[in-house]
Ligand binder design. Structure first.
Ligand code: FES
Length: 243
């Protein structure tokens, strides 16, 4: 089948759309279509990709309202009337075409102390322990949850869903030295600004229950008196889910 692939491009000055007619098979992924365009039609097209198998997390793009990994998404999943529109991931400045500047969200991960801090005494880890943060360990830092999050549109300071996934993962690890300090960090990352739209959960290519993790962190933090009060996160923002 022939598909018109519309791509939002940026040349450092102007944003504009280019379109390319590409022959696709049922199994053709968005990344394969982009690579075909770059190899045979316009070698100036810029996008990021490495593993081509949903592991490296570099190929996040936006297709309509969907934030996806280009290598994990088939063209035919989102083609409408023979057209597929590809745009760069959201909430980040664009450097060129589909390449975004990820410095902001990577620096925010530093604020979240998104790494393991070993306790002095190591306790053995059993399968039941691992189950507590198994899904969160799958995070590939693709930034899709960051891209889809509506809180950034309200202009508030906010760590972003990815920070809370990382905080949750290490908070649940019994060998992590920071323990409930992780909740203090979640509070500093403005966890209460989350509007619980669940876009992050629905969009995560690794099916991490991001919003549930945020809820758990908030619930525990409030019970312990670490997270004080609900700040109005939405600022009047409403989601299609009505909350
Ligand atoms: S190319 Fe690695 S996740 Fe898509």
């Amino acid at each position: 089948m022939k598909v018109k692939i519309k791509i939002k491009r940026f040349n450092g000055k102007d944003h504009y759309f280019d379109q390319f007619d590409v022959q696709i098979e049922d199994r053709t992924t968005v990344l394969e279509a982009l690579m075909h365009i770059k190899d045979y039609m316009d070698n100036s097209l810029s996008f990021r990709a490495q593993c081509r198998s949903a592991i490296c997390g570099t190929c996040a793009v936006k297709i309509g309202e969907n934030h996806v990994l280009a290598c994990k998404t088939k063209v035919k999943q989102f083609v409408q009337d023979g057209v597929l529109t590809v745009e760069p991931a959201g909430n980040l400045p664009v450097i060129k075409d589909l390449i975004t500047d990820q410095d902001i969200f990577l620096l925010k991960l530093k604020d979240a102390k998104a790494w393991f801090v070993p306790s002095e005494k190591f306790e053995p880890v059993y399968p039941d322990d691992l189950k507590l943060y198994e899904k969160e360990t799958d995070c590939i830092l693709c930034g899709i949850c960051y891209s889809v999050c509506p809180v950034f549109q309200t202009g508030q300071e906010f760590g972003g869903p990815i920070n809370f996934v990382k905080i949750f993962r290490f908070w649940k690890d019994k060998n992590d030295a920071l323990k409930d300090q992780r909740i203090v960090i979640a509070d500093k990352n403005r966890i209460t600004a989350c509007v619980h739209c669940k876009y992050c959960t629905f969009s995560c290519p690794k099916e991490i229950p991001v919003e549930q993790d945020i809820l758990q962190l908030k619930f525990f933090g409030k019970q312990k008196g670490i997270i004080k009060e609900e700040q109005e996160g939405s600022g009047g923002f409403s989601t299609p889910f009505g909350f």
